[in-house]
Design a protein around this ligand. Structure first.
Ligand code: NDP
Ligand code: PYR
Ligand code: MG
Length: 410
């Protein structure tokens, strides 16, 4: 076992087990407090909410509470390890919601693989929450599950591995492409992985100007080609080509996007790429190829991983706290494409306007305290302008409030 693994086990075991606890927000010290917090007083807000369900946002924690929900079917790059084994990751997401955006979150691990049953369970749980963050649910089921829940529920439902990853990849890619003097419509992109993260990243890159015909996608069986008779989301990425392996399509690639699993990429594959290659090896915890090995054969590469121990951490944690903060504060009923685009641009701009902007700083760091006030108001404005928010927030005033919040969370 590596040192980091040993330290991580000790970290999770130390003190009270795990990473989270619940805190009480009202005084419960006297008999009178008890009579208000519990019986008989608690009946009054119940009756009010029964009369007007929107009052739940006034009398309960719903308005600042997100459900981080998984069935453990695609936990990081560890695969289908099940609901219980996924709990440390979900607790980790809860920590990030709180630490970066002051949002309370419950992790919910559901032992269910049937997509329709999972949809029913999550829909039945939804009254508790102001938003639902689906996490580590495998493709292709994740596409169906998210779509059904978005149709059924009027609170934001967001599959983090799809859209959170796509947003941060989009921001990093815009900057890497600019830095290497490329034109997004001309770059050849090779993507390893055709699952939740991959499909959403590629759709967003196309939305940002990449050409479908320049994108080659590989799953565990090789290149997605028309000869394979693919269906579902994969079919849209099939190319009419005789290439069958990742190595075949790496020839002359400008960008490698890895959202698959450990060790899938070789140094020989990197050598096949164009000069100044952009190499995002985002599988967690172990990337498709370690940055030091990429650097050995491509000293001019721009390299990113999903990990905290290398520069350029492209990780959905850089956006999901701010998307939900903006959605909850603006009363948005959904997280739409306009909000996602606003987040991409805000993240890319924040890195670009920083003196550190360079090959090793294409996106802000996860711990950058400017993120909350810099990114969130742009998303809230996009929500309002695109007609999904109930409240218009004045950007500058809202940013000031968020600066205070960020300070209190440090
Ligand atoms: N940095 C970040 O922010 C994020 C990183 N990720 C990482 O991306 C990876 C995938 O996650 P996610 O999309 O949620 O998972 P999914 O289970 O939805 O998709 C996994 C995909 O990887 C493919 N795959 C597996 N092994 C190989 C291989 N040897 N060669 C090529 N493709 C392969 C699978 O192929 P097939 O379809 O044939 O089964 C599938 O298409 C994980 O490692 C995860 O940690 C995910 C989200 C965020
Ligand atoms: C970061 C993340 O969500 C993942 O690797 O699954
Ligand atoms: Mg995930």
């Amino acid at each position: 076992m590596s040192t980091i693994e040993q330290k991580a086990l000790a970290y999770h075991r130390a003190g009270s087990a795990g990473k989270i606890a619940i805190e009480i927000t009202k005084s419960v010290s006297t008999q009178e407090d008890l009579a208000l917090a519990y019986s008989p007083g608690v009946a009054a807000p119940c009756v009010e909410i029964k009369r007007d369900p929107a009052k739940a946002y006034e009398y309960t924690a719903k308005g600042n509470l997100v459900g981080v929900i998984t069935n453990g079917s695609a936990v990081l790059g560890l695969g289908n390890i099940g609901a219980l084994a996924g709990k440390p990751v979900m607790e980790g997401k809860v920590v990030l919601f709180k630490k970066f955006a002051g949002i309370d979150a419950f992790d919910i691990e559901i032992d269910e693989s049937d997509p329709d049953k999972l949809v029913d369970i999550i829909a039945a749980l939804h009254p508790t929450f102001g938003g639902i963050n689906l996490e580590d649910i495998k493709a292709p089921e994740c596409f169906y599950i998210e779509r059904k829940l978005r149709e059924r529920l009027s609170i934001p439902v967001f599959h983090d591995d799809q859209h959170g990853t796509a947003i941060v990849v989009g921001a990093g890619m815009l900057n890497a492409i600019e830095m290497t003097g490329r034109d997004i419509s001309a770059v050849k992109i090779v993507c390893s992985g055709a699952g939740a993260a991959a499909i959403a990243c590629l759709e967003l890159l196309v939305d940002l100007g990449a050409k479908r015909t320049n994108i080659f996608v590989c799953d565990s069986k090789g290149v997605l080609t028309t000869a394979r008779n693919l269906d579902g989301e994969k079919a849209a990425w099939a190319q009419d080509t005789s290439a069958t392996t990742l190595s075949d399509v790496m020839e002359g690639a400008d960008v490698f996007l890895g959202v698959s699993g450990p060790g899938v990429l070789s140094q020989a594959d990197i050598v096949r790429m164009n000069p100044h290659p952009i190499v995002f090896t985002l599988a967690n915890p172990e990337p498709e190829l370690r940055p030091e090995l990429v650097r050995e054969v491509a000293p001019d590469a721009i390299i990113a991983t999903g990990r905290s121990d290398y520069p350029n951490q492209i990780n959905n944690a850089l956006c999901f706290p701010y998307l939900f903060r903006a959605a909850l504060d603006s009363g948005a009923t959904t997280i739409n494409q306009e909000m996602k685009r606003a987040c991409v641009v805000a993240l890319a701009d924040m890195a670009r306007s920083d003196a550190r902007f360079s090959k090793d700083y294409i996106v802000p760091g996860l711990l950058d305290p400017r993120l909350l006030s810099g990114v969130t108001p742009k998303i809230a404005t996009a929500a309002w302008r695109s007609g999904v928010a109930r409240k218009q927030l004045v950007e500058l005033e809202y940013a000031d409030d968020l600066k205070d919040l960020a300070e209190s969370l440090l």
